[in-house]
Write a protein that binds this ligand. Sequence first.
Ligand SMILES: *[C@@H]1O[C@H](CO)[C@@H](O)[C@H](O)[C@H]1NC(C)=O
Ligand SMILES: *[C@@H]1O[C@H](CO)[C@@H](O)[C@H](O)[C@H]1NC(C)=O
Length: 290
Amino acid sequence: MKYSRTLLLPALAAVVNAQTAPDFPVQVSQLLVVDFQNTSISVEPAGVTLNREDILETPVALGQATATRQSTYILFMVDQDVEATAGQPRVQLLHYFQPNLFGSSEVLSFDAQAENATTAVGATYIPPTPPAGDGPHRYNILLYLQPEGFTVPTQFSSIDPPADASARIGFDMAGFAEAANLGEPISAVWFQVENKEVDSGGSSSSSSATDSAAPTGSATTTGSSSASTGTSGPAGTQTQGSSASGSSTTSAGAPANTGNGAGMLDASSGVHRALMGLSLVLAGSAFWVM
Ligand SMILES: *[C@@H]1O[C@H](CO)[C@@H](O)[C@H](O)[C@H]1NC(C)=O
Ligand SMILES: *[C@@H]1O[C@H](CO)[C@@H](O)[C@H](O)[C@H]1NC(C)=O
């Protein structure tokens, strides 16, 4: 693919102002204000590392600071670093999908009677639960204007609502937005969560966990992302074991995982690990014990 000067300059500007994480297929320049009100945690600045126990409850988003008229919005939260298949590029996992959020510059609240409201139900919030020893996962929260007549595209019907956690794996934010004619996001923000438990399934020792958790991965990601954003796929480059293969498995522009998520999954240990963490969450178990 060739880049003309006119394409390249906006791309560079987008990197500088990016409010979604490096390598996420949807880049956004406007910052979204998100709060976890239950614990008074705000997601700021973009890219901040948060403690999982502080973000167990559903986040709330604020409308555009300058908005004077009320609009209807859709909010998404997506983990871009899920290992669905060992050794393969990381895929997205849908943590939250909430249509029918209504308001202007204030806290947006659910309103099933809002203008442009839809019967789509969305996907309830599940908190970040990266596997132990997997390095930091990057979570993107995106706000879209909800267009008149919005419905969930048929190829994504498995996430409205998701029957189980596996239906959320292999999500494709850019593909969904295109299929649903959402246009560009209004605003976005991202944060990171890392599970520093030792990946042994056994005892949890916080001192040794620190030693084993991806010592150099995040530095590599930051360094390469500024040069490659826009051309690299959703491959996570932050895990200690697979960082070399992950960063070389890039694809141009569009995410590699454009298909419906369920079809691309196999019974690999990666899926099992991802699901294991999620099923613990869904069962109400606090696996993260320091
Ligand atoms: C947050 O919500 C949980 C569960 O609803 C509750 O147990 C906890 O006390 C709340 N924390 C604060 C600071 O309100
Ligand atoms: C409803 O959808 C139309 C067309 O997409 C858009 O122009 C309008 O702003 C939306 N109204 C609200 C309240 O979001």
